[in-house]
Design a protein around this ligand. Structure first.
Ligand code: FAD
Length: 309
């Protein structure tokens, strides 16, 4: 079986989630990687070196510069005559492109795949990750998004894939890029950070969130996350949200401060290797999952912890 993997790249760099998608795709068959973008020669060269990729298909055209899902989906569909499966990482871009591909191919999408049992059987989370469903598809073409944290990253070096240019399908005219406003941060990226420090509603204000969480995150070289309650209250920006409707993270260490542990939050971080919780309520549900817990007032415990690190 030939599998087409959509390569997520940013500023000339292949995103880590792509490496996990390659590992997943290799369980299905021969891995072909699709690099769509403008002036993506260096990205294509980097992808050709990823272990497990046998062919790199390059669509170099201004129509793909902003990775508009409508344009990329049309490109993918044009390549599916020679591929039995399309696979994208379950990132914002991947989740934007894959459903369009599935609809255009008139097949179902299998979302957030956690494991691949065989060519047509997959596991995926349901009920905010509280149950794992095994799903089987009889569709001739499979369209999958895969959860990057569930698959090891393929080695970025060692491959010698052939690079082939494919014709552009041009601009579909269905959508138009206006602008992107990106948050700038010196910190590690939330979904790939080894350590994440997250804060919840208990911080009571954006000022207190920053004043307490940032020094702790600095000491641990951590990315900062937040519960939805903290985001909704304006204590932390939207892109910090961890959980069912936020980002899925699985760092080596996850520190949850003033977060109760609602299932929707746990859905985004419960695969973390070591979970530390700080909460003044000893019965908070987060302690059921935590490996280490500190019961007490975060306004005292966090500065003390930070000063001792
Ligand atoms: P709370 O539940 O209010 O908990 C605050 C905690 O802080 C409490 O445990 C309290 O004991 C503790 N505390 C208070 N003061 C102190 C102090 N001084 N020192 C120490 N501890 C203190 N939530 C997410 O996080 N991510 C999601 O992606 C998400 N998606 C959702 C999707 C849906 C469809 C729905 C319905 C909900 C979703 N939620 C999500 C919301 C979720 O249900 C919870 O409401 C939210 O996670 C609660 O955030 P919190 O733990 O910060 O706040």
């Amino acid at each position: 079986m030939s599998v087409l993997v959509w390569v997520e790249h940013d500023a000339g760099t292949v995103r880590d989630a792509t490496l996990s998608a390659v590992t997943a795709a290799a369980k299905l068959g021969e891995v072909h990687a699709l690099v769509a973008g403008a002036a993506v020669g260096p990205v294509a060269e980097a992808v050709a070196r990823i272990e497990g990729v046998t062919k790199v298909l390059v669509a170099d055209d201004a129509a793909y510069a902003q990775l508009l899902a409508e344009n990329v989906a049309a490109l993918v569909v044009g390549l599916m005559d020679t591929h039995e499966a399309f696979l994208a990482p379950a990132t914002s871009h991947g989740k934007n492109i894959a459903p369009r591909v599935a609809a255009l191919l008139d097949v179902m999408q299998i979302s957030e795949v956690l494991s691949i049992k065989d060519a047509s059987t997959f596991t995926r989370p349901i009920y905010a990750g509280n149950a794992i469903a095994t799903v089987s598809s009889r569709d001739a073409k499979k369209v999958l998004t895969v959860r990057a944290t569930a698959f090891a990253k393929a080695a970025a070096q060692g491959g010698t894939a052939e690079v082939v240019h494919v014709p552009s399908r041009g601009d579909s005219g269905l959508s138009r890029f206006v602008e992107s406003r990106l948050a700038q941060s010196e910190r590690p990226e939330l979904t790939s950070a080894k350590v994440v420090v997250s804060g919840g509603r208990a911080f009571s204000s954006a000022e207190q969130f920053r004043a307490l969480i940032e020094p702790l995150a600095d000491k641990l070289n951590a990315a900062i996350g937040a519960s939805r309650a903290a985001v909704d209250a304006g204590y932390a920006p939207n892109d910090y949200q961890v959980g069912q409707t936020g980002k899925i993270v699985a760092p080596e260490l996850y520190v949850a401060v003033g977060i109760s542990g609602a299932i929707q939050h746990l859905a985004g971080m419960k695969e973390s290797k070591v979970i530390v919780a700080i909460n003044k309520d000893a019965d908070a549900p987060v302690f059921e999952l935590a490996d280490l817990g500190l019961v007490g007032d975060l306004f005292e415990l966090v500065p003390e912890l930070t000063s001792k690190l």
